[in-house]
Design a binder for this molecule. Structure first.
Ligand code: 5GP
Ligand code: 5GP
Ligand code: 5GP
Length: 236
């Protein structure tokens, strides 16, 4: 029988922290277009099943064609840079993502819409800003030293609680998840990798998106957690 419905349940929208890709033993290479901004960048938009499995390489007859996305290329160079070695202009990475993942959602997002949707999702999710500004939110009623405070003291405490910054410091995995839940309404999946000194660090952030690519949803399941309870947020 003929099926026109989409054959997956939801998308993972995955963003990577470039500092955590580059400070590994494997290292990284900046794209030919220059060092990316110090911001999360897109890894991919991945169709997934609710049981954790996923389809891949679904349509060999619909190969990557950069001419179909030529108007998106400048934005992809800034928001979806490749950091793999050797240095590239991004086309190889985007080809891989389209052919492995994008072809499995082509019934809902065509070639152009797939990339456009990922770029739009990144614009809607300013993860770095959410993390940086997370410090001052949970403190107004707290008084860690349990002493009587004047209003000015409370204010002082308020502005002294640091946000979660890519400064090479260690942050609670829970506080990172909580900040993103506060900022977006949804709990993210967090994937860690290790730097050259084997420190567990913030590598990728997974947000879940409905199967039309329009709205964030609660994740049906999260990727396997390999993070320590305290993880590094390296600079880039
Ligand atoms: P890794 O083994 O590095 O975690 O993942 C390798 C590749 O497998 C990823 O780049 C991605 O293409 C795919 N992959 C890993 N985990 C998932 C997942 O949970 N869902 C989907 N759709 N793909 C995944
Ligand atoms: P996945 O199969 O997990 O979706 O994508 C990973 C593949 O994309 C790997 O083959 C990797 O070499 C390539 N790749 C190219 N540039 C990047 C990058 O900046 N980050 C990651 N994670 N993979 C990249
Ligand atoms: P792939 O075969 O999918 O390109 O890459 C396999 C694994 O090695 C993925 O986890 C990918 O992110 C990682 N990888 C591939 N090339 C590089 C690289 O140049 N630098 C780093 N740090 N990781 C890479």
């Amino acid at each position: 029988s003929i099926s026109t419905g989409q054959d997956f349940d939801f998308f993972y929208f995955v963003q990577q922290w470039p500092g955590s890709y580059c400070d590994t033993k494997q290292s990284c290479c900046y794209p030919t277009t220059g060092k990316p901004e110090a911001d999360f960048s897109i890894h991919g938009l991945w169709p997934n099943y609710n049981d954790g499995s996923y389809p891949s390489d679904c349509d060999p007859d619909n190969p990557f064609d950069s001419s179909k996305i030529s108007n998106l290329i400048p934005k992809m160079q800034s928001d979806w840079p490749t950091l793999a070695c050797p240095s590239g202009n991004g086309l190889k990475f985007w080809k891989h993502e389209w052919e492995k993942h994008g072809t499995c959602s082509e019934s809902v997002l065509d070639h152009h819409a797939y990339f456009e949707t990922a770029l739009k999702l990144k614009d809607q999710l300013n993860l770095l800003q959410i993390l940086k500004s997370s410090g001052n939110k949970h403190t107004s009623s707290s008084n860690p030293s349990n002493t009587i405070l004047r209003p000015d003291d409370a204010y002082f405490i308020d502005i002294m609680i640091p946000g979660i910054e890519p400064d090479g410091g260690f942050y609670g995995l829970k506080s990172i998840k909580e900040a993103i839940k506060e900022g977006t309404g949804y709990t993210p999946g967090i994937e860690c990798n290790v730097d050259e000194s084997r420190n567990s660090q913030l590598y990728q952030i997974y947000m879940c998106v409905d199967s039309s690519g329009t709205s964030l949803i609660n994740c049906p399941l999260f990727p396997r957690n390999r993070c320590s309870s305290q993880i590094e947020f390296p600079s880039f």
